[in-house]
Unconditional design. Structure first.
Length: 131
């Protein structure tokens, strides 16, 4: 087993951008911290890449970040301030370091019940699927 100095996180997601790996995780009560590494063993805490937006209130969980056409898109779970229920949200940044900003003031979709921890799959013909 390989151990690192990073503790107290959950739901880690790793993105490679150039020669650097970025890890995003459930890590703070008011947003997301991110970490960087060049070898996947030694990680540096880089601080916040996303701070709470006014439309969300807590439970910042399971961030995933994808690079698409030079932009960085984060899918994450947070509690919607409007009804205090967990939903999936989209945020965007020009850098893998953020700062990420919400896309709009509503979750990706609203089925009237909690939806959380989404992942993106992009197939060979570049069609994206959120699951």
């Amino acid at each position: 087993m390989i151990k690192t100095a990073i503790t107290g996180i959950g739901d880690p997601f790793i993105l490679r951008a150039g020669d650097t790996y970025y890890m995003y995780a459930t890590s703070a009560p008011d947003g997301f911290l991110y970490f960087s590494s060049t070898d996947l063993l030694n990680w540096k805490n880089c601080g916040y890449c996303f701070k709470a937006a006014g439309v969300t209130e807590n439970c910042y969980w399971a961030p995933e970040v994808y690079e698409i056409n030079g932009k960085y898109y984060m899918i994450y779970t947070a509690r919607w301030a409007k009804n205090h229920s967990l939903r999936l949200w989209f945020a965007v940044a020009d850098s893998p370091c953020g700062p990420f900003e919400n896309v709009g003031n509503e979750p990706i979709f609203d089925f009237g019940y909690a939806v959380l921890d989404g992942s993106l799959f992009i197939d060979a013909d570049k069609q994206g699927y959120l699951y």
